[in-house]
Design a protein. Structure first.
Length: 349
């Protein structure tokens, strides 16, 4: 009888946990399905020249000659050179005399234990972040980091993985913001970081945060872009406002000035969100969050071309991408204006 009672109690506990999990999943999915209020009449679009440059950067980085930009490959090094050239042409300043910040790491693959001919451990001795900055006019010793990873999956089994949305789109938007801030100098300094080896475990971001080019206390926050050009529902997610709620009003203001549906979510733990994915550590912003530096991450939901050979330039949504980039430009300007307050609030937490 005692054993039977224990089994019944165990089944009740399991049923309650399942009910909690399913309920949390339902409520979280419902919560993040509601976008922030957006503009009924969006502002004037990007100029023709700005939009053309934005799209051209995606087209070039995802073209066959860049071979999918896998870390350690000739195509990846070609992407490094392109971004470095773009930083120089825009007039960004390097740290220590070079935009290149090399790093090394070892990547371990569980598949290597069961796949013949595939190594368990691979050493990467020439991974490289490309980093530059625009000096602030009022408070140059406080920094906003705007980031996007430029690496992708490369060529697998003879198939090219172009990575147009993932993440040529984020790099192109970062370059567009760099051009805007160089032409309209910010109050605070802004670091533009093109990270390598995100696909291998956020290695570029981890290396950058471990060896910041400025004192950590001077880095107020990170604004990270990863997959922002391909969504058929005109929706983009922003993660980070759960961890840093003081940033949400600034996001809401920017969302109110665009026709894009900006939705906060994918940043709550499983206990609260159930089966809804937590993206807190899914891209380079995770390295900043782990170090206690606030972040906002913008990205679309996974689509049918995610990590597929079909993630091509032809598959992105140009109008959506331009609108998202415009919104992110406005948000970055707002973050710059409020960066002192952001730093003070974050330090007091």
């Amino acid at each position: 009888m005692a054993m039977k009672r224990r089994i019944v109690r165990g089944l009740i506990v399991v049923a309650l946990i399942a009910a909690w999990f399913n309920g949390a999943s339902y409520l979280e999915a419902k919560r993040i399905s509601v976008p922030m209020p957006s503009a009924s009449q969006p502002p004037a679009p990007m100029s023709a020249a700005e939009r053309a440059a934005l799209l051209e950067d995606v087209r070039i980085l995802s073209s066959p000659e860049y071979e999918g930009r896998r870390t350690g490959t000739p195509g990846n090094r070609k992407a490094q050179a392109l971004i470095e050239q773009r930083f120089a042409a825009l007039g960004l300043q390097p740290f220590g005399g070079s935009f290149r910040q090399p790093f090394t790491f070892k990547h371990r693959s569980i598949k290597g234990l069961v796949t013949p001919g595939r190594p368990y451990e691979t050493a990467y001795n020439d991974a490289t972040n490309i980093v530059g900055y625009v000096r602030g006019t009022a408070a140059p010793d406080r920094y906003l980091v705007i980031s996007a990873h430029y690496d992708h999956l490369g060529i697998r089994n003879g198939k090219l993985y172009p990575g147009a949305d993932d993440n040529a789109s984020g790099v192109a938007a970062m370059l567009a913001l760099a051009a805007r801030f160089k032409a309209n100098p910010p109050q605070h300094s802004i670091i533009f970081a093109a990270f390598d080896a995100e696909e291998l475990g956020l290695e570029g971001a981890n290396a950058f945060v471990a060896r910041l080019p400025v004192p950590k206390e001077q880095v107020a926050m990170n604004l990270n872009f990863d997959m922002i050009a391909h969504n058929n529902d005109n929706q983009i997610f922003v993660a980070g406002t759960h961890h840093y709620p003081f940033l949400k009003p600034l996001v809401e203001q920017s969302a109110a000035a665009t026709s894009v549906h900006v939705t906060a979510g994918h940043d709550r733990p499983q206990l609260l969100a159930g089966s809804v994915e937590d993206w807190t550590s899914s891209s380079d912003h995770g390295a900043f969050h782990k170090a206690g530096i606030p972040f906002l991450y913008f990205g679309v939901a996974d689509h049918e071309d995610y990590h597929a050979p079909s993630d091509t330039f032809a598959r992105i949504n140009p109008a959506f991408f331009a609108s998202v980039t415009q919104m992110l430009t406005g948000l970055a300007m707002s973050l710059d204006r409020n960066l002192d307050t952001i730093a003070q609030v974050a330090a007091a937490r």
